[in-house]
Design a protein around this ligand. Sequence first.
Ligand SMILES: Nc1ncnc2c1ncn2[C@@H]1O[C@H](COP(=O)(O)OP(=O)(O)OP(=O)(O)O)[C@@H](O)[C@H]1O
Ligand SMILES: [Mg+2]
Length: 1021
Amino acid sequence: MNFFRKIFPTKNDRDVKKIRPVVAKINELEAGLQTRSDDDLRAKTAAWKAELSQIEDNAELARKLDEILPEAFAVVKTVCRRLCGQDITVRERPLRWEMVPFDVQLIGGYALHHGHIAEMATGEGKTLVSTMPVYLNALTGRGVHVVTVNDYLAARDAEWMGAVYKFLGLTVGVILHDQPPRVRREQYYCDITYGTNSEFGFDYLRDNGMALRKEEQVQRGHYFAVVDEVDSILIDEARTPLIISGPAVHTFDEQYAQWKPTVDGLVRAQQQLCNRFLKEAEELIKKLHPTDGANVKDAEALEHQIGLLLFRVKTGQPRSEGLMKLLEVPENAGMMNRAELELHKDQKKVDLYREKEELLFAMDEKSHEADLTEKGRSYISPKDPDAFVLPDLTTLLHDVDAGPETDARKRLEAKAKLQSDFESKAQKIHAISQLLKAYSLYQLDVEYVVQENKVIIVDQHTGRLMPGRRWSDGLHQAVEAKEGVAIERETQTLATITIQNYFRLYTKLAGMTGTAETEASEFFDIYKLGVMTIPTNKPNIRKDADDSVYKTRREKFNAVVSEIKELHAQGRPILVGTVSVETSEMLSRMLKKEGLIHSVLNAKYHQQEAEIVARAGQRGAITIATNMAGRGTDIKLGEGVPTVGGLHVLGTERHESRRIDRQLRGRCSRQGDPGSSHFFISLEDDLMRLFGSDRIVKLMERMGLEEGEELKHGLLNRSIQQAQKRVEGHNFQQRKRTLEYDDVMNKQREVIYGFRNEIINSDDVRDRLMDIIEEVVILKIEEFTSADAEPAEWRVRPLADWVNLNFPLGMPESEIAKAAVSGKEAPVKDSIYDGLSPAQFAVCNFISDSIRKAYELKVSFEEPDKLATVERYTILQAIDKLWQEHLYEMDSLRHSIGLRAHGQRDPLLEYKAEAFKIFDELMVNVKTEICHNVFRSASSLMAFENFLRNAPQQTLHHNTSAFGGTSTGTGQAKASDVVSEAANAAEAAAKAKPVRTGPKVGRNDPCPCGSGKKYKQCCGK
Ligand SMILES: Nc1ncnc2c1ncn2[C@@H]1O[C@H](COP(=O)(O)OP(=O)(O)OP(=O)(O)O)[C@@H](O)[C@H]1O
Ligand SMILES: [Mg+2]
């Protein structure tokens, strides 16, 4: 700690200091425990567990846990001591246990128990730190989850730390990707369960959104989660929600193939256009620097003109190589940036608009949007450019209503036509815009790769391939069309949750990482997690060099290679971090040319990779890794390495977020080891291009750097950090936005999942079913009759029609009218009938009673057990079908609100209002759907036929009845149809196939039903 901080301790220092007495207490207790037998420790654990598992009240439990914390931590510490010297089998290899928690680790454990993020530098032993709070909280018997970034680490930590838990008689489980539900459930019933965030999240979605029976659910609540590498999980991963999907019902996939040739042409035409602008710019640049050195007239105007031309190219063809080349000269980049700034100054953006209109389409690289211009529209459709402009639908519809047409049906038809024209236009425009993005912003081998006729996304952070993941909203199809591979059917969301909302389910949450500080406000804002920085056990002696900045990527990488060569000659191991797979491969080629032996990792195979990274500290080792590769794996220095200076970490680019850079740095100088780090940057790096400040460019200009010359200065580091902060802020806003939108969905999800669980968890849902029917009956009565009007004025016919369409009652209108007139009694206040008039109430009772009687009849022909399953299934099926459609609708709503956002209105508010409305409709629709299906499902064909035969005679003959026509023949045909549907459903329910991931599962992939078999041998047969 430096002198200044000793005199003025920060709040964090004070918080840490407050824990010191607890540490002393733990150590004192531990000294006392050393004489106790192993069995004593186990007995103590069992006694605590017996006591704590009885406590139901959360506050009471928390108090008790705080009380026993010092002793429980002491128990763990003693066990660690006893394990020393033993070989633990971890991932099939023996690993000697040599760890007894240091005091700083006890502090870290304390922070975790109290729901903080413990920021402890890389290599400080966080894995061990977590065992103490995990053990303590596992004593409650409520299950503790430890969340890691990949399957390999989950299995490793469960085995490694399992030694401690098992010693004390606790059970440890691990959730792995390919486990079937039965195995998963066993793991969740352990005291402690390790696993990755996506496995935990998907299990939650399957349990609550898809399981059809209690026995299919695997989790047992969300009490306490400790999240390792918490920044990676709660921040980086939180950008994309977890989604389980199946094939979409509504698609317009054919649009992409259809418009591909057009967009091909358009992109080519734009290229030519941009080449022309570039040429013009080059000529003007020559003019600006006459060879005879003469003074240039109107230099300023000339510069502005050049800047505009370059800006046009940037907007029209952002990845143009010619442009990149020109921008290598800082002066040119400066002219472009100034011109762009000028254009943005104008509030109305008249000039900006005019510049864009010089192009066929305009791309916005920051916001990732693509728009056709007037020119582009005429290019595609010379005769009718308006074919690509969305009309104002509201006005058009209004015009029809106000128009001369007197026939209501014709008006309706006209409106329907307008609507469908609008939709097909919108689809066209959307497809073209996605194709333009695919062509202009998504590069092969950077954003995605093509393998086996498939477009596979490359994770931007890790360089990892993500098979099975697809860009949404047609973008994936657009890229497939561009690459000429098979266009897969668009998928539809079956269940989804954001990482943020998943982790908010836990009663207690804590996290640990080497790098949390820069995102402290986000942790607090979103998760209510405070960050506590824990001092290191031994002082960190890493030497961080100032960043080196070069003009071009080429110069930068030459410098990188020469530094590697130089340090390698000294025998130092070097770990090189890259931001993308492409860069790591390019660098690998450069090193090969120099004859330098090295390993390349890009986060594809976690275990193998962990082993390579673990060896990265050996003398002379050169390891190239993407930033995420090997996170969480320990790097031990080889013999003699500390004397030559330890591991050197070399960053080939600054990452968008400072955190990721700090992670990379942290791979060296662990536990007081020597080490050093150095980052290389070029003005062509994305970070600098998109978010770098003018200052750096100006500075470089002023210095007039020679080829290959670097710029290195402490001030530069600050500017680069500024750029990173800007991106971090931008990304935070985006995540916050995603979350704000998801909060709306989250409330809806809670309602639906609550409803589902109520159904799944009750043995008998018949009462609930009858209640639902009654609720709908009330709604229908309110719809078709009026409390204020006399029954004689009611529209009884539609009500009777509705009843007879849904239930086999054959109820004549006259009976309903008769019941209405008989009504004398008003319903009880605050009952569900409140608001109905006596007449309506009487009708309600009459209809409901008739339905109940008919149902009793049906029950008498059924096998009770089977019927219970069918009933549950009837409700769940209605919920699932409509909820999935609802998710689709919410997606579209989200998208269309985005488009509407140009007006003055706050899109989020509009989204909320609209979402509320469609959710209300959803709930009504679910119940109506249930009514529609209760009498259409049976457990067997015989039961169904027997029931139909005995149902009131009129039913089978009533022409509005849905239950067959006038002859028994057709009635039977119908019956078998319906029953086979129901039987299939019941069978599906029994087979437990909750996940229908549809065609995106490869034949050799594990089956999504979780059986553990290959898809082709299971559901894909
Ligand atoms: N108390 C201890 N005594 C001795 N060695 C320890 C102790 N705690 C941890 N270690 C060792 O420190 C190394 C790093 O541990 P670990 O991987 O848990 O660190 P980490 O903080 O999780 O690092 P990262 O941020 O890279 O994930 C391991 O080799 C471990 O055995
Ligand atoms: Mg770790």
